[in-house]
Design a protein around this ligand. Structure first.
Ligand code: COA
Ligand code: AMP
Length: 624
């Protein structure tokens, strides 16, 4: 079927469309009910189906004669290691580690937090949880102890899985002290903590609570996959919202598995046996969907890369990995290639490597700026495909449907809505806008399979954030427009979420930290444009009367506080003392205007502003 036909059917007859796509996976009990409306707002997919996601990712390939194929390649320039696991080998390790978890009392429905670096055991941990029907929640290693504690209290895990350290280029970061601090801080206490000892650092184990990963695995028996209902949760993944409290996006098993299998073909054009590399981290949704589940459910070889696009050891790192492992499809964030381009503008490193295996490069996670698009296309001669999605959706809302026929890419556009997503541009009142006009990007309900089924433990936040603002639609939080030819352009968030090096962060959360400094009376954190990372946060701070602290001292303290509280990944490095903050008469800080001033863009002075002269003061401050 052509893209047009496929899209039309998915919108007009979603049940037939997804019933057909559900046949792509191996169900324990195939679903009879395809789409069910559960209430005014929510729907479920494949309600009466039964399956096991780990079975699809591993056992199914053994049954189908793919056991000897490489499932996972671990490539770690930071340790100088490379390791390959066939489907048979990965299956054996996962089945045994699932046994180890079961021995520690983990069963179906229990939550398990995984706080790990990019090593094979992180993937094994996720799959072992899925095998037992336990719900994993992976926390990105760049988050500080406080962030981990917040997630421990929200997910109330039975167990935490971690490693003794992560490695950031040449910096070894001990993880266990962070985990210990988080457990101390959290009200909920997990029953145990299982620690993988890496050779760079030996973690201290607390008697009775902490266990050595290798010992537990060595003494465990393999266990079989536990069938779960399609609507049972597979994982919780926390993402930033507009408040300080992260949202636990819940993904179910059935819809997710179907969406993963379908999107690997549609969006990436990946076939069983292809070598697929998502250069991201298992702590982000890209890692969940396209390092682990998508490629493995499809029978691809997936690459787990413990390194950076530059400095490990140089800007040729990505090309080296492609050449070494004959990568067919590469997916990363635009910021990674901005970093490569900055260090190697002529792409000289490409001369050292044979990247002829590579068929296309996919980019997402932030806006793909046309200069990066042009550079990458010119230097590689490959199709460069932008696609737009979110932690919430788990797979591309808009893409270039390369699996069923590539469309002519347009720089700056994520191309067309994926089948299943009825994308509309609405104005502030929720009315449809004309082609070419910029507004709120919304998706008419129901969302397709694989999208979030809720926010963990907080149904009212789920409804309020996503489903209530635009009745009948999912509110994406992104702004954009659709052009005359139906191409979708995503222009950025309409809320206080910012995107730093492809990482989604909440300015509201940073504001809470900055505001807690004893000298700070009021503050505002905004994202300003950055050539490399897309955006960087900057704090505008109003001091308390009588506070005498110097700017540099305050800035150092605030930077340290944000690192301590949220983590280095926030990249909060600048704060500015101001005399006043621009506000509406009702007291709301005019963040959008501040952002425009900081980026040197034109802005209109809102009629609701309390005192317009403040804007001139702020402009002067930014100029200096
Ligand atoms: N564990 C611990 N610390 C981490 C970490 C992790 N997993 N990931 C990042 N950090 C730390 C870094 O060490 C750095 O700390 P520092 O301030 O002490 O130097 C800080 O967080 C910022 O890291 P990063 O954003 O990686 O910036 P960078 O300047 O080191 O590298 C890029 C810049 C562009 C090369 C890098 O951001 C990158 O590779 N981006 C790709 C983005 C990506 O994969 N996004 C995923 C979504 S697809
Ligand atoms: P995350 O949930 O971390 O994947 O971040 C999702 C957000 O990243 C989206 O809401 C967008 O703001 C932004 N984003 C992701 N992909 C794109 C893209 N291709 N173009 C523009 N913005 C994007």
């Amino acid at each position: 079927m052509s893209y047009r036909d496929e899209f039309r059917q998915s919108i007009h007859d979603p049940e037939t469309f997804w019933k057909d796509k559900a046949r792509l996976i191996d169900w324990h009990r195939p679903p009879e009910k395809i789409l069910t409306r559960t209430d005014e707002y929510t729907y479920t997919w494949f309600e009466d189906g039964e399956l096991n996601t780990c079975d699809l990712a591993l056992d199914a390939h053994l049954r189908n004669g793919r056991g000897e194929q490489t499932a996972l390649i671990y490539d770690s320039p930071v340790t100088g290691q490379q390791q390959k696991f066939s489907y048979t080998e990965l299956h054996a390790r996962v089945a045994r580690f699932a046994g180890a978890l079961q021995d520690r009392g983990v069963t179906k429905g229990d939550r398990v937090i995984i706080y790990m670096p990019m090593i094979p055991e992180a993937v094994m941990a996720m799959l072992a949880c899925a095998r037992l029907g336990a719900v994993h929640s992976v926390v990105f290693g760049g988050f500080a102890a406080h962030e981990l504690a917040v997630r421990i209290d929200d997910a109330t895990p039975k167990t935490i899985l971690t490693a003794s350290c992560g490695i950031e280029v040449q910096k070894v970061i001990p993880y266990k002290p962070l985990v210990d601090a988080a457990i101390d801080k959290a009200e909920h206490k997990p029953e145990c903590c299982i620690v993988l000892q890496r050779e760079q650092v030996a973690a201290d184990l607390k008697d009775g609570r902490d266990f050595d990963w290798s010992e537990l695995e060595a003494n465990a028996e393999s266990v079989d996959p536990v069938p779960v209902n399609a609507t049972d949760p597979l994982y919780i993944l926390y993402t930033s919202g507009t408040t300080g409290k992260p949202k636990g996006v819940v993904r179910d098993n059935g819809g997710h598995a179907v969406a993963m299998r379908y999107s690997m073909d549609l969006v990436y054009g990946a076939r069983p046996g292809d070598v697929f590399w998502a250069a991201s981290d298992v702590g982000w949704v890209v890692g969940h969907s396209y390092i682990v589940y998508g490629p493995l459910i499809t029978g691809c070889t997936t690459i787990l890369y413990e390194g950076k696009p530059v400095k490990t050891p140089d800007a040729g790192a990505f090309w080296r990995v492609v050449a070494d492992h004959k990568v067919n499809i590469l997916f990363t964030a635009p910021t990674a290639f901005r970093a490569v381009r900055k260090e190697d503008p002529e792409a000289d490193a490409l001369d050292r490597y044979d990247i002829s295996s590579l068929k296309r490069i996919l980019l997402a996670g932030e806006r793909l700026d046309p200069p990066t698009y042009d550079w990458l296309r010119d230097k590689t001669g490959l199709p460069i495909l932008d696609h737009w999605w979110q932690t919430e959706t788990g797979w591309a809302i808009c893409c270039n449907p390369v699996g069923i026929g590539m469309m002519q890419p347009k720089p700056g556009s994520a191309t067309a809505p994926s089948p299943g997503y009825d994308v509309q541009i609405l104005d502030v009142d929720g009315s449809p806008m004309r082609r070419g006009d910029q507004g709120q990007v919304a998706i008419r309900l129901p969302l397709p399979p694989g999208c979030l089924s809720g926010i963990w433990g907080d149904r009212s936040r789920f409804i309020k954030t996503y489903l209530e603002p635009l009745p009948g639609y999912y509110h994406s939080g992104d702004g954009g427009y659709i052009d005359d030819e139906g191409y979708v352009f995503i222009m950025g968030r309409t809320d206080d979420v910012i995107n730093v090096a492809g990482h989604r962060l909440s300015t509201g959360e940073m504001e809470e930290v900055v505001a807690s400094h004893p000298a700070v009376a009021e503050c505002c954190v905004i994202g300003v444009h950055d050539e490399l990372k897309g955006q960087l946060p900057i704090g505008l701070v109003l001091l308390k009367d009588g506070a005498t602290i110097e700017h540099d001292e305050l800035e150092d303290e605030l930077v340290e506080m944000v690192r301590e509280h949220i983590g280095a990944v926030a990249c909060f490095r600048r704060a500015m003392i101001v005399d006043r903050l621009p506000k509406t008469r009702s007291g709301k800080i005019l963040r959008r205007v501040l952002r425009s001033i900081a980026d040197g863009e034109k802005y209109s002075v809102p009629s609701t502003i309390d005192d317009p002269t403040i804007l001139d003061d702020i402009k002067d401050r930014f100029r200096h």
